[in-house]
Unconditional design. Structure first.
Length: 222
């Protein structure tokens, strides 16, 4: 009968219009999980990294300013102060450190221009210069030891070893950061390579300027 077949046809049309039939159409947003996984880890806000490096640099500055104040006070009121003849290799080491700041900035420029091979070469050169500086500082210590000047010889020699040793330890932290940037896969990181290079450069240039200040202070104490 015509009336008997019309009702099922109407019901079928209504079901098709309302998405009937179950799993033939995925719900809206069903692909979000796969899309989020394919996009990789969510990048963190850069403010936390800039705040962290600022706090770290201020802490290091306060530490060395306290040492410098103690150095000047001890030198001015001391009768047993024997000036240390600074090894000439310190001047060479200073040039090496300044050169490392130059190569670092060149590396960052290559990175901004997306010349990744040039960036890695210059970044590696910066790392090598940093290691060379630390070796040069150890060589300066060896020269003083050969002259019979040790940390406990007199207040001037004590401060020399403390200044150069503390700076060297902090600079090794910068070398570790350079190596980290070289080896890290930033595609799976919460920080971009450009941001990591920028933050590392802040620390490195700070250590460069700090060493120049310490060297000038040591020469004034001669």
């Amino acid at each position: 009968m015509p009336g008997a077949t019309a009702a099922p046809e109407i019901e079928l049309i209504i079901e098709e219009r309302h998405g009937g039939g179950g799993g033939s159409h995925p719900p809206d947003g069903g692909d979000d999980g796969d899309d989020n996984r394919s996009r990789g880890p969510k990048k963190s806000s850069p403010r936390r990294y800039y705040t962290g490096i600022a706090v770290g640099l201020v802490s290091i500055l306060m530490f060395f300013m306290a040492l410098a104040s103690a150095y000047l006070v001890r030198k001015s009121g001391s009768s047993d102060w024997i000036p240390v003849r600074l090894p000439r290799v310190l001047l060479f080491n200073t040039l090496v450190l300044i050169a490392s700041s130059f190569t670092m900035e060149q590396a960052r420029q290559r990175l901004a221009q997306t010349f990744f091979s040039s960036f890695r070469r210059l970044w590696l050169a910066t790392t090598a210069l940093g290691i060379l500086f630390v070796i040069g500082q150890l060589f300066a210590w060896r020269q003083l030891v050969a002259q019979g000047i040790y940390m406990a010889s007199n207040p001037a020699s004590s401060f020399f070893y403390i200044f150069t040793g503390a700076h060297g330890v902090h600079l090794l932290g910068g070398v570790a950061a350079l190596i980290f940037v070289s080896l890290r896969n930033f595609e799976k990181s919460q920080i971009s390579i450009s941001m990591a290079a920028e933050i590392t450069s802040y620390y490195w240039h700070f250590m460069d300027g700090l060493w120049i200040f310490l060297l000038a202070l040591l020469y004034l104490g001669k």
